[in-house]
Design a protein around this ligand. Structure first.
Ligand code: ADP
Length: 307
């Protein structure tokens, strides 16, 4: 293969009670990337449209992930990457992860698919480390695998792919305010009480069971987070009101997407997700910052080739 064009999906990490261990893949929001073989070894980021991000390979998550994979694969040619950003950086819906996952998928494809998408997660995580300070998989794993991805363990890596219930939809609202991941992390408590941990384990087990059983009510009952949401939600304008209207309009549950400021609501069926989107739109109608709202099915495939 000489060249490939791919779609790199947005993702929701944490999904309320799955802080740092769970993520899901969205189907209609994402970047596009184009890869081309070049004679000279190494990687070059030729062009980025849609965002003001560095072309320097070492400063771009796509470049860092690409370098990590090329180090492993050692092809006797190089790769040129073009990135069309549609997911805004710092949105909380995995903008950096889309680039990291896309970079390793594209290079693996040009090299003849020597690694599985699951094996690519490790290399994408090296790119993510540039954006957030530590390699983490809760966005890149669902971006590469599709559906839900559950990270049971990092050492050794043990990531479980889970199909989403067929009628599950996500409504995502991205208030375009600046919320630095560092600030979103700094408000977190360093420890939680045993009682809190027990309730969180109950909810995470409930959420995973609800996903496996396609039990929408159980998913809804379980979408509760006591680790992060009570502190982090204070940084998101209208959080309580947005969550309230989502629930009043039939959402199964609602919470913070990744480190925020985006919020998500999970819904049964597209119609319900659209109703929730309209209700959220009304809440922010007078806001003095822009808000992007997406209604998405859960993407079963993750990164995919565009023809
Ligand atoms: P998100 O939660 O939306 O992924 P992050 O805070 O994880 O946002 O990542 C955004 C940070 O990563 C920004 O500081 C941005 O400049 C940096 N970055 C570097 N390369 C990229 C890229 N290719 N795409 C998105 N963000 C990038």
């Amino acid at each position: 293969m000489e060249a490939i064009k791919i779609f790199c999906p947005a993702t929701i990490a944490n999904v309320s009670c799955g802080f740092d261990v769970l993520g899901l893949c969205l189907d209609s929001v994402g970047d596009e990337m184009y890869f081309e073989k070049r004679a000279e070894k190494g990687v070059v980021i030729k062009e980025i449209t849609g965002a003001d991000l560095p072309l320097e390979v070492e400063k771009n998550v796509a470049g860092v992930a690409a370098l990590a994979l090329l180090e492993k694969l050692q092809p006797d040619f190089g790769i040129e990457i073009t990135i069309h950003k549609k997911i805004k950086a710092g949105s909380g819906i995995g903008s950096s992860a889309a680039s990291a996952a896309g970079a390793v998928y594209g290079i693996n494809a040009i090299c003849g698919y020597p690694l599985t998408n699951k094996e690519l997660i490790y290399y994408a995580m090296q790119g993510e480390a540039l954006a957030s300070g530590a390699p983490h998989a809760d966005n890149v794993a669902p971006a590469l695998l599709g559906g839900f991805a559950f990270i049971r363990s990092y050492e050794p890596m043990d990531i479980i792919e889970i199909k989403a219930p067929s009628e599950l939809y996500a409504t995502v609202i991205h208030p375009q305010i600046e919320l630095r991941t560092m600030d979103a992390r700094s408000v977190l408590k360093k420890s939680v009480s045993l009682q809190t941990a027990i309730r969180q384990c109950g909810n995470l087990g409930g959420l995973m069971s609800g996903i496996f059983l396609s039990d929408y009510d159980l998913i809804g009952r379980s979408l509760q987070d006591e680790f992060v949401e009570p502190m982090r939600s204070l940084l998101i304008p209208n959080f309580d009101r947005l969550k309230q209207v989502a629930l009043e309009n039939g959402a199964l549950g609602s919470g913070i997407s990744g480190a925020g400021p985006s919020m998500f609501a999970l819904c049964k069926g597209k119609e319900n997700a659209q109703r929730v989107a309209l209700a959220m739109r009304e809440v922010v109608a007078d806001a003095d910052y822009a808000n992007e709202i997406h209604v998405c099915a859960i993407n079963p495939n993750g990164v995919k080739e565009l023809r």
